[in-house]
Design a protein. Structure first.
Lengths: 310, 568
């Protein structure tokens, strides 16, 4: 087991290095000049800015310096938020994205399993049909639509019920609920479908038939054999989904005015903010790799057939 | 139930459905517990929760939203509107603008300004928010910092009218050769490079704000990063700045004129670029002001909210690429395009956002002329769409260019939905009227600028916002020496007229020269005037005394107050 974890971590480090290297070169080769600004700059001022950010050096040297700093966990300065270190930006904004992401993934995971099980249980009856229609909607409608509709919903609800649920901002439970639901919706729909398929496959499995023939009560078959086994594929995709959700918060963060990292992740590319692009990409890359490893380990806990040290 | 093998119904509590209900209940419990935990942690680690109402009578506070997080609040390096607006509330320069854009004394109590030099007498009751006096040294230090090549300030050029400002900035002169000097703590003498009639007005611009040297240096490069990394000398001081979340300004008791500050606090409680979010915040009574766009104005109209318009100061135009290798360097081709353009059609039938004014000149209507408004005194060129004349110009152009059919042109524009709509209008209009094919090139902002600089376009959708309150902020845009003249337009007479306006101190001479400029730009079809941008917004009318400006701190809440609640 420790050897397995060690191996996975080594692979993970290699992956992160690869992500960082690829991003670095792609970033430097796409059009877009990080120092370009609305007011034209004199060559002298430009030269000063280039020196400040180390852009006056050869790109290979820049890459080498970047790698050295990355190993030390330092991503340098933001180009856009001139006084802020990328590390500070990540440290201040990521907890917000993470909070939202955790909530969304819990909503999505639990909801997906429950709805999926429900559809399988009532296969081809009206609850199944209804939920599957909703699932298709959930997968195909982009999140900004849900975000906008969700927000309008709050406005209307506030007016009708005379309550005061905040439409945007951050700070209390009430600021989190709707954005987290909206953020998790797509994943929830996807997991529901996965859970349904998985449940239906298992109904016909040999061990279920064996259990039945032995006279095990169906409720017990359902909860102990069917559910538990059907959850496995859901768990597998949960790892990448966690990363997807925490990084995919751009739209939700913008619409609900939430001070998360997702915004930086996207706008940095538009602004050619080299520091923030590298910082957020490497950070999220490492985060994704770590989540996948954790889920693989969890897999072993849930499924006794998986032996990690093999 | 669904099971095919078991036909007899099991008791309800033992059915899979019941099991599932049970799990659902646990899942719900888990979610609620998690929500409460995360909510608790967020509240615990955040400095205060977002404020709850647009107008708070008891606390004498109003709440607003920002469209973006200020990149940083160091006035020597600020460039954006949000930073500029906040700096206008928390800092004060030598002068400030009053409610009617009149010049009021700021830190300077009085001044003698000659043609090439001036002396400013600072008030002795101006203090920083840490209690130290605001002195002439603070101004000299701030300006020198902005000009210091090491700072690499993008707005350093605003200080170029001061003697040796430019030379210092490009590394050709030492800092101590600077034309602004502190004679003593309360006397500031300024020498100018050349006569600059609008110099006094420049002093309200944020690059001219003071910074306390001792404090600046004590922050070791962090000045302006957080609320505690600054000291303030304006009507308000910043007491909280949670990045990307909120900014809180409170009345500054150290401000010399604090009796005129009537609000106790201004809460910028939300930071969101989404106009629909701002409108929803307004609808739920969370913020005082929300900007509208063409999409959500309908909703504001149906709700019957008070809608106001305001000229945001900027002017939009189509810029041509005047580089020789481009077809648009041909005057007749440009004239042909100019003759089929119709700003009124664009503003009223295509853009349709209230508040926009059809463009007639590079000088917007709010600029001051000799006595009144510039455009009242010098209305600008008369333009009417004339397709017949356009076709004549086009034929001449084709002969000169040696072409059989109209050239296809690259139209460089932004990546927003608005830019697309705007470009597509020209695409179909020019095709229909002149048979000119337009290739639309949509680019993100920085890439568009890069392409403008390198000249990879024929026509570009461009705009310009004012930096200071004088005709020259627009007038010198197309001079051969201006680096923002990215289309490389060159006209010697225009250059000469701009030089006249820069050097003369006689208003009439200056404005006559600027009138020539607007006509030259039209006659030469150097650019095509499109529209002056207006902003439309909804506003909570319980708040009074807010000033909207086309140039300078906008909106300006420094004199705002909440009207007493009337019991009815």
């Amino acid at each position: 087991m420790p050897r397995y974890i060690g191996m996975r971590l080594l692979q993970g480090i290699f992956t992160v290095w690869f992500i960082a290297t690829a991003t670095f070169w792609v970033m430097h080769s796409i059009p877009g000049d990080p120092l370009e600004s609305e007011k034209a700059m004199s060559p002298e001022i430009r030269a000063n800015l280039e020196a400040k950010y180390g852009l006056d050096k050869n790109e290979f040297i820049q890459y080498w310096i970047f790698l050295g700093n990355m190993v030390r966990g330092d991503f340098g300065w933001s180009f856009e938020h001139e006084n802020r270190r990328v590390n500070d930006i990540i440290a201040e904004q990521f907890p917000v994205s993470a909070t939202l992401g955790i909530l969304a993934i819990v909503f999505a995971g639990l909801g997906g399993v429950l709805w999926g099980a429900l559809t399988a249980l009532y296969r081809n009856k009206w609850p199944d049909v209804l939920i599957i229609i909703l699932v298709i909607l959930g997968i195909s409608v982009p999140s900004f639509v849900f975000a906008t509709v969700g927000q309008l919903g709050i406005v209307t609800l506030n007016k009708i019920a005379g309550i005061d649920v905040p439409v945007a901002g951050w700070g209390t439970v009430w600021h989190m609920l709707i954005p987290a639901l909206v953020l998790g919706l797509g994943t929830m729909a996807f997991l529901t479908r996965l859970m349904r398929t998985s449940m239906l496959e298992i109904v016909n499995a040999d061990y279920i038939r064996t259990a039945r023939s032995k006279g095990v009560p169906i409720a017990q078959i359902f909860s102990r054999h069917q559910l538990r086994n059907a959850i496995l594929p859901v768990l597998t995709v949960l790892g990448p989904s966690i990363a997807g959700i925490t990084t995919g918060g751009f739209v939700v963060e913008n619409v609900f005015g939430i001070p998360g990292l997702g915004k930086y992740f996207v706008t940095a590319v538009q602004q050619s903010d080299y520091g923030v692009i590298m910082g957020t990409t490497v950070f999220y890359g490492a985060f994704l790799v770590l989540m996948v490893i954790i889920v693989d380990l969890l897999y072993a806990v849930v499924d006794p057939r998986v032996r990690l040290n093999k | 139930m669904t099971d095919t093998l078991h036909t007899s119904k099991p008791p309800l509590t033992a059915s899979p459905g019941w099991q599932l209900t049970k799990f659902a209940f646990y899942a719900l419990l888990l979610c609620v517990a998690l929500l409460l935990l995360l909510g608790f942690l967020t509240e615990k680690f955040n400095v205060g929760a977002t404020s709850t109402s647009a107008v708070n009578f008891e606390k004498n506070t109003i709440t607003l939203s920002l469209t973006s997080e200020p990149p940083q609040m160091d006035s020597t390096r600020a460039t954006d509107m949000v930073s500029g607006m906040l700096l206008g509330h928390i800092m004060e320069g030598l002068i400030r603008y009053g409610p009617d854009n009149e010049i009021l004394p700021g830190v300077a109590e009085s001044w003698d300004m000659g043609e090439l030099a001036g002396t400013f007498y600072l008030r002795k009751d101006a203090f920083w928010s840490n209690g130290t006096p605001v002195t002439a040294h603070d101004f000299v230090f701030s300006w020198q910092t902005a000009l210091n090549p090491a700072t690499a300030s993008q707005y350093a050029f605003v200080l170029y009218p001061i003697k040796n400002g430019k030379a210092i900035n490009i590394g050709e002169a030492e800092l101590d050769s600077f034309g602004a000097k502190a004679v003593d703590d309360y006397t500031l003498s300024i020498e100018l490079e050349q006569p600059t009639p609008y110099f006094i007005k420049l002093l309200a611009f944020f690059t001219y704000l003071p910074i306390n040297k001792e404090f600046y240096e004590s922050r070791e490069g962090n000045y302006g990063t957080n609320a505690e990394d600054m000291i303030y000398n304006g009507p308000f001081h910043m007491t909280r700045w949670v990045h990307d979340k909120d900014v809180r300004l409170e009345k500054n008791e150290y401000y010399w004129n604090n009796s005129e500050t009537r609000l106790d606090a201004i809460e910028f409680g939300y930071i969101t670029p989404d106009p629909n979010t701002a409108l929803n915040l307004f609808a739920t009574g969370k913020i005082v002001l929300a900007g509208l766009n063409a999409e959500n104005i309908e909703r504001a109209l149906t709700e019957g909210w008070r809608i106001e318009t305001h000229s945001d100061g900027s002017v939009f135009y189509l810029g041509f690429n005047h580089r020789e290798e481009r077809p648009t360097s041909n005057l007749n081709l440009r004239k042909a395009i100019q003759q089929v353009c119709d700003p009124e059609e664009l503003v009223y039938k295509v853009l349709k956002t209230p508040g926009n004014i059809p463009g007639k000149s590079i000088f917007p209507v709010w600029l001051r002329g000799v006595n009144g408004f510039f455009r009242d005194e010098y209305p600008g060129p008369d333009h009417k769409r004339n397709v017949a004349s356009a076709q004549e110009y086009l034929q001449k152009a084709l002969d000169e260019l040696g072409l059989d059919e109209p050239p296809s042109l690259v139209f460089l524009t932004g990546d927003s939905a608005f830019s697309a709509k705007h470009a597509e209008y020209y695409q179909s209009m020019l095709k229909e009227k002149l048979g000119i094919e337009i290739k639309i090139d949509k680019q993100i902002f920085k890439q568009r600028l890069a392409k403008m600089t390198s000249g990879e376009y024929d026509i570009v959708a461009a705009g310009w916002g004012p930096d200071y309150d004088d005709v020259l902020t627009f007038g010198d845009l197309f001079t051969s020496w201006n680096a923002n003249n990215r289309g490389l337009y060159h006209n010697e007479e225009l250059d000469r007229q701009v030089e006249i306006a820069q050097q003369s101190s006689d208003p009439k001479t200056r404005m006559d020269a600027m009138d020539r400029v607007q006509h030259i730009l039209y006659e030469d079809a150097a650019i095509i005037f499109e529209y002056e941008r207006g902003s439309v917004y909804v506003f909570d009318d319980r708040v009074k005394g807010v000033t909207r400006r086309s140039v300078g701190t906008d909106p300006d809440y420094t004199r705002a107050y909440i009207e007493e609640e009337v019991d009815s």
